[in-house]
Design a protein around this ligand. Sequence first.
Ligand code: BGC
Length: 983
Amino acid sequence: MRRRMSWPLARWSALAALVVAAAAVAVPSAHAAPALLSQGHPVTASSVENTVFPATSAVDGDPGTRWSSVAADPQWLQVDLGGPHVLTQVVLQWEAAYASAFTIQASADGSQWSTVYSTTTGTGGTQTLPVSGNGRYVRLTATQRATQWGVSLWEFQVFGDGTAQACGTANAALRQPPSASSVQSDAFPASAAFDGDAGTRWSSLAADPQWLQVDLGSARPVCGVDLIWETAYARAYTIQLSTNGTQWTTAATITTGAGGTEHPAVSGTARYVRMNATQRATQWGDSLWEFAVHTSDSAPPTTTPTNPGGCPWVGSTAPVADRVNQLMAVMTAQQKIKVLHGNGATGPYIGNTDAVPELCIPALGLQDGPAGVGDGLDGVTQFPAPVSAAATWDTALINRYGTAMGQEFAGKGVDIALGPTLNIVRDPRWGRDFETYSEDPHLAGQVATATVQGIQSQGVMAQAKHAAAYNVEAGASRGTPSDNVIIDDRTLREIYLPAFQTVASQGQVASMMCAYNQINGVPACQSSGVLNTAIKQDANWNGFVGSDWGSATGGPTQLANGGLDMEMPGGAFFGQALLDAVTRGEVTQARVDDMVRRVLTQMFRFGVFDRARRGTPASVVTNPANVTTARDVAAAGSVLLKNNGVLPLTAATVKSIALSGGDGIDPQNIGGGSAKVNPSPVAVNPINGIKARAGSGVTVSYVDGAGEHVQTPNIPAAVAQAQAADVAVVFASYGESETQDLDTIDLQFQQNQLIDAVATANPRTIVVLNTGSAVTMPWLGKVAAVIEGWYPGQENGNAVAALLYGDVNPSGKLPVSFPKQIADLPTANVQQFPGANDRIEYSEGMNVGYRSYDARNIEPLFPFGFGLSYTTFGFSNLVVSPQGTNGTATVTATVTNTGTRAGADVVQLYLGQPTANGEPPKQLRGFRKVQLAPGQSQTVTFAVTPRDLAHWTGSWTTNAGQYRVYVGDSSRNVPLSATLNVS
Ligand code: BGC
């Protein structure tokens, strides 16, 4: 790691002088003969009388053809000169139908206008009007007609002085959103090159190529850049320009860079400007004190309205619905579709919409994902994976987790957080199990709701994903026919949709993402039954549905009518194609308005119109409180699966600890794909966490035996070390990632052999697992204790140490069942998972997870809901009160801490329906995490609603009969049960 170079005062003042000099350099505009700029250029008009009189006739150089408007005021004609110019004169050749009052305006960007000529005593005929101004767009607006007809021009001619507009001195990149290929460390963010402070700098990693980019906010005529290099400069680099952040043109190529301050000549229209360094001049990375961009437009575009009435919906205290109506009343069709699709750019966020500046509609930034701010951004907290949050069963803590994540998204300037993922864990081999919650829809719905409420409390919209029945990566063939889920309606309604409905109705989530897969042959993003009926209608939800990246397929008609409201990341279907579909009569205007209304409603609700963006991708947003939350969730979500008494460790008896397994040093803290989050400032590994907690009186030794991250097994060394120690701890894992499923849930790379050998050597062996879902444990009988830590995020080591020593009493419960072997899975055959012949058969129906183990009477390795504590709990006093007039019954039960330590248990309520209803044997309908001192009792109350007792028969049906009520602390430990008579 290189160190920051010192910067002597003398060089500082030299630099300051350079900055001033650079700012003063401006290309002078030479005097030249008037030049006709408008002829043949693109032109638009408010209206045309009919197709015989198009707008183009006014700029075609032929005074025998003309533009003519409809007979109404006001009317306008606008020409795009193709680039910025100094304007000197406008000539109007009126037909008989002339305007008696009109203005001429110029604009750099087509949205912010300045008036260069104005009259209320227009004469008609040929008017030669001297103007003084500059811009790329010139508009004539006629406010009063002199005749009963419209307004009509034979020719509309704009003249300039023949030179492009002078290059401005202002820095258009100042404090604009930056991004960079990499940063050397948090001390050198991309934003430092755009902060106007030549004493702070961006610095990249020491590798080629490296780039630094800025978003000017809108397309602008770029005429120069200044680069102020630190000692670590680039010898070869290009300056690239882009209007969309995706396609780049090279505007300057430098192969003999000399560092210091450089002013490569560039010109072109760009919103994004990038310095792309291909060869470093030193052994270090590339580093810039400042990167300034100059433009030739007169004023920097802002979101100042040009709408004649201003933007009264901004900052207004009127109800959201009124503000939406007020705005929609003035929106054109083109303006409407802008809020319905991404602009295809990959920066500044992973998803971006364009602003509509003339209506003060801000751009939206969307960023992954479910475990915190992802997509490679730094300066964020790496929280535990969502499965860990689910395993806490603690909605208050999960709300804190969501709030901390929301705060970090807000601090990065994100409007929409792409999460949570709440798909059902149908099979432990799905590559995305770690980034979702549970095999149970009730638990998933409650965890998602708590997370969403936390995120959204920070003014960030959450986008719950992926609706629906997306439970296989299917070899990454996403969005293809092989992702075709074959599922019956009852299973869809009872297992795969309820969590989405809960997060809509109870969580009030702002948006949802539709999935890549098909549902019975219909792409999920076109599935009206799911999106329109089950989610929008049945859950009474007014949020909007966004597509996954590329999951919008087919056509605008199928998608819009199927319930999709916003396309991401581009606008193949919801741009012009959507308007064309409206013209063809395939999509109603009412539906388009509904789409727009849904998006705008959430934007107003979350204050997007009323505040400036709260940060940039480069902002550092992690903080100690959030790191504490990450640690608390990691500890509370860890599940103690076995303990023969070896835990908790005590200082009195444990003087030496032998650690082994690759995850001790290089742990699986998070999974891969869009849910991956970087740690900041550092991740604490188990070795360091345990050493710090154990203190100097304890010998902590480590052998990097077999593991995911260390693939060179050193079993003999681990055995020797374990033999000599008071206790042995082995760390083992498997990794999961989006786009790939697992073939097996057996530990790989000889990790099972390592655990077995260490346990043979030392009976006081504790296994700590970091897996995204269930894992097999052939050595279970030999080891003294097992902790499932999931993917615990950056506080891994501190959380594990706290659990091992009993500073935190384990209280996590499995949100998924652990089978003894793959063959026991309800989805064991290949037609079910990952699918075959373009079908993924959900033939197990509602028997997912514990529902299936119960139905088939197969004993799992560890049941759903299970987890041990260092204390013990007892259950008593089950009381089931009959249904009240609204159909709701009440269940109460008492839980007691029967041990000697304070601890928490999760009281779980399961219901069993009469056999004739054809439901799984029992289903979770309520849970409550209860913290108890030794000897303390608490009575918990659950409301059992008609919906809790219902099953799907085309609608929710509650049959009369005897229902079973079970209370306990796992799906297989329900010491209390009773009957509820439903009439
Ligand atoms: C994933 C989404 C993610 C999106 C944007 C997709 O491939 O399925 O979950 O939000 O990419 O990164």
